[in-house]
Design a protein around this ligand. Structure first.
Ligand code: LEU
Length: 389
């Protein structure tokens, strides 16, 4: 009888433990740009990751063990990313790193994690070749290959008479250099003429030279590959100098944090997206209300992608426990990191982005993309990305 009571009690506590995680939390590194001009994106990424941590731990973490996100600011450059990665790897002993924000940073910092055999999940890196940096590198951010042509097609649906196009890109940023290549190819495939190409820097704030050249070329569309701060300022200056044609932006424009930078001049800008808060799938329907409750706004793409990255790591940790028959907490850090990487790649995941598949290279395949048009509210600071049909 006594044995029965003890058994029943321990079963009860085992159940309770599942709902309320116990044990030392599993450290997962988040290395994104929380300062500099990149903070416009980093803030969204931190928010998305925090929602994931809360939701996952409320559901029992990894089979009863909670996770703990360890944040390390990378700033906006390569040195900052390298430093953050080194701290997370050696000091904090994280099981995996989610980051960095920019591909430009990924090409510098990811080889360090790869060498140390620490899995890296890229939450927003869209340049060609990021997933291929090494065995331990994967990403959940789809490159622009599929997305860019979509954005152009929607732009042409708005104005079918477009013929001459100006292309702008930030020449000191790996992702923007990669993205403009894809845009330029898509422009030619649509039978349009690239009338001129203008180079900028992600550090620029004054675009008089480029805007003057564009106005002189009499184009009907400007296709821009920039980050949010520089891009937002350039859109503003293009409109203030009198450009009236279409503007198509790339992945760097996909942030509501750009709205206050360019104000009402952002209205009408067309942006390709890998996520919509309106997506109707079970994962997104669970994610959006919790995000809204925490941050009083809809999640942006970079928030949803950061959430997805944490979810991918946690599902893979569960997989490691299932395959090894061991609790993650009992595994040696190096053994765990290797097993975790193997579980992350070659798997599919249900996420707010829809179903995604990571191949053996860590490259993502995603099915659903969106194209939206920015609409700024009367306050000139807030706005929305309105889905184009
Ligand atoms: N997609 C960009 C990159 O790969 C980053 C994003 C936050 C604009 O660098």
């Amino acid at each position: 009888m006594r044995i029965f009571v003890v058994l029943a009690a321990s079963l009860f506590f085992a159940q309770a433990a599942f709902a309320e995680p116990v044990g030392s939390p599993i450290p997962v590194g988040i290395a994104v740009g929380q300062t500099t001009n990149v903070a416009l994106f980093g803030e969204e990424q931190v928010n998305g990751a925090k929602v994931a941590e809360k939701m996952i731990n409320e559901k029992g973490g990894v089979n009863g063990t909670p996770i703990k996100l360890v944040f390390q600011d990378t700033g906006g450059d390569e040195a900052g990313a390298i430093n953050a990665f080194q701290n997370l790897i050696s000091r904090d002993k994280v099981v995996a790193i989610i980051g960095p924000t920019l591909s430009q940073q990924a090409f510098a910092a990811n080889p360090i994690a790869n060498q140390a055999k620490v899995p890296v999940v890229g939450p927003s890196n869209t340049a060609k070749g990021v997933a291929q940096i090494g065995e331990y590198v994967s990403r959940i951010s789809a490159p622009m290959t599929l997305v860019a042509p979509n954005a152009l097609k929607r732009a042409l649906a708005i104005n079918p008479n477009v013929k001459n196009v100006a292309v702008v890109y930030a020449q000191d940023d790996a992702f923007n250099v990669s993205e403009t290549g894809i845009f330029q190819e898509a422009i030619k495939d649509q039978g349009l003429n690239i009338a001129l190409i203008q180079k900028t820097s992600v550090k620029d704030t004054d675009f008089t030279t480029q805007v003057t050249a564009i106005l002189g070329a009499n184009v009907d569309m400007v296709v821009m590959s920039c980050l949010a701060a520089d891009g937002g300022n350039m859109v503003k200056q293009l409109r203030q100098f009198g450009y009236e044609g279409l503007i198509v932006g790339g992945n760097g424009f996909n942030s509501p944090n750009m709205y206050p930078v360019c104000g009402k001049e952002c209205t009408g800008v067309i942006v390709a997206q890998a996520y919509s808060p309106k997506a109707d799938n079970a994962e997104n329907n669970a994610f959006v209300p919790v995000f809204k409750e925490m941050f009083k706004k809809d999640p942006a793409q970079f928030s949803a992608q950061a959430y997805t990255s944490v979810k991918v790591v946690v599902e893979a940790l569960s997989e490691v426990e299932k395959n090894s028959g061991k609790k993650v907490a009992e595994m040696d850090t190096a053994e765990l990191r290797t097993a975790l990487n193997a579980a992350i790649i070659s798997s599919s995941y249900d996420t707010p982005l829809g179903e995604i598949v990571l191949d053996a290279d860590g490259e993502i395949t995603q099915k659903t993309f969106y194209v939206s048009q920015i609409k700024i509210a009367d306050d000139g600071k807030t706005g929305a990305m309105e889905l184009l049909p």
